[in-house]
Design a protein around this ligand. Structure first.
Ligand code: ADP
Ligand code: MG
Length: 429
């Protein structure tokens, strides 16, 4: 009998997930699961599509924040172009390079050469080390010449690449008689700023169009998640969970990747706690975990002093009555905290510079305020996120495990003692 075979230590059936792979980061959804990007798909296709008719393509740069579907749409269009080309007896290759990993010209060209070899019957050996960029280009041109009529090269997160020579090489290859294959480049950047530096870095040989992808709104995010509902067992997602997840994500960032990640994390939470369904509380908790992770990541390169300054500001906001605090107020509490964790404080000016850096990271917002004629102006700092999330993120730094609980902080000077809000301080540790 079936249940005799199963070891009771392992459930034979996942109570929450049905096809969890639909929620994996790298999952490329089928065409009918792609939502609200018809115009973008058509625009990208219009630039590179000439390849399918045996004509030269345009290059295109795609800009937009993370999670707006840039990678997905590029791969989707490239794959479709490849099969449309095949229908016209045109051999079109597709190369995808993640420049956040292959972040030098040598790494990027090596990856392209190896990937082309893999797609073809190219017999020459391509060494993975000990050779330079020129040799990789040589292989690329040869493979293109021997096996392809055209190729679409996706350079994802191109702003991470340490130089833009590769754009020049690719756009001049035909003219320079390196290969007769048509080459269409789709460059992708999360940073719109890259656009300015691109103009300085390249010459007119990389002629290109530009597209801008906008964040998703709540209804698009809802549909993106609805289309992956079958990642869960039937009936497990409670009413309103997807709506809540979409609303939270739309309000914060319009990032489809984060929305999907939160949905998945909510499922994990439900499973871990033995719940039968995924409820709104799971979404809220998952969202909180995601936010704490994000802050931890943002501040991971920051000094201990910057983290303590953040902690000081967060503690002021939690225990005080205001949302904004002066540099001096943050500094005073920071000095108190330093004493409690036996760390030598830096100067107020030094701390001020650290706060500015946090503003640069997007954790703090600072604003200059006129303090009246005699006082001069001063800076007011506020947190961009929930102070409790800051507290949790900072406490994850192993060197700050000794951070004191809040009640002791509020008592130790800093001016906030005695007017604590009605919060349960023990829940922050
Ligand atoms: N329009 C969409 N329809 C369905 N899923 C989407 C859509 N846009 C993005 N996604 C999903 O969201 C995640 C992030 O998309 P991605 O293309 O990687 O964003 P970007 O490259 O802009 O950061 C991926 O898992 C992707 O499958
Ligand atoms: Mg991407």
């Amino acid at each position: 009998m079936a249940d005799q075979a199963g070891d009771p230590l392992f459930q034979s059936h996942d109570p929450i997930f049905n096809r969890k792979e639909l929620l994996h980061v790298g999952h490329v959804p089928e065409e009918d699961r792609i939502v609200g990007r018809d115009d973008e798909i058509e625009s990208v296709a219009a630039e590179v599509g000439a390849i399918t008719r045996g004509d030269p393509p345009n290059n295109v740069m795609i800009y937009g924040k993370t999670g707006t579907g840039k990678s997905l749409i590029s791969r989707h269009v490239a794959t479709r172009a490849q099969s449309a080309a095949r229908g016209n007896e045109i051999d079109c290759g597709v190369l995808y390079v993640d420049c956040s990993e292959a972040n030098t010209e040598t790494r990027a060209t090596r990856q392209m050469a190896l990937s082309l070899k893999e797609q073809t019957g190219y017999e020459e050996n391509i060494p993975v080390r000990g050779v330079g960029t020129m040799e990789y280009y040589q292989h690329i041109w040869e493979i293109l010449e021997d096996f392809f009529d055209a190729v679409i090269v996706i350079l994802d997160e191109i702003d991470k690449l340490d130089n833009s020579n590769i754009l020049m090489q690719l756009s001049r290859a035909r003219e320079a008689r390196k290969t007769s294959a048509y080459i269409g480049v789709i460059g992708i950047s999360n940073k719109v700023k890259y656009r300015e530096t691109l103009d300085e870095r390249i010459d007119s040989s990389f002629g290109h169009r530009e597209l801008f992808f906008h964040p998703y709104d709540a209804s698009q995010l809802r549909e993106i998640m609805r289309n992956r509902e079958d990642a869960f067992q039937p009936g497990v997602l409670e009413d309103g969970t997807i709506e809540l997840c979409a609303a939270l994500a739309a309000k914060k960032h319009g990032d489809a990747r984060k929305a999907i990640e939160i949905l998945k994390e909510a499922g994990e939470l439900a499973r871990r706690t033995g719940s039968e369904g995924v409820a709104e509380t799971h979404i809220k908790q998952a969202q909180e975990v995601a936010e704490i992770n994000r802050i931890e990541e943002l501040t991971s390169g920051a000094t201990v002093h910057a983290k303590l300054a953040l902690y000081a500001l967060a503690s002021h906001i939690i225990t005080g009555e205001r949302e904004t605090y002066k540099t001096r107020e943050i500094y005073e509490r920071y000095v108190d905290i330093c004493e409690l964790v036996a760390t030598d404080p830096i100067t107020e000016n030094g701390l001020y510079r650290q706060l500015k850096e946090q503003a640069f990271l997007g954790v703090i917002e600072s604003e200059k305020t006129g303090g009246g004629r005699s006082q001069g102006s001063y800076l007011l700092h506020r947190l961009v996120t929930d102070p409790k999330h800051i507290v949790k993120a900072v406490r994850r730094d192993s060197s700050l495990e000794e951070l004191p609980p809040y009640d002791r902080l509020a008592d130790s000077g800093g001016g906030a003692a005695g007017r604590d809000r009605d919060v349960d301080l023990s829940s922050f540790s």
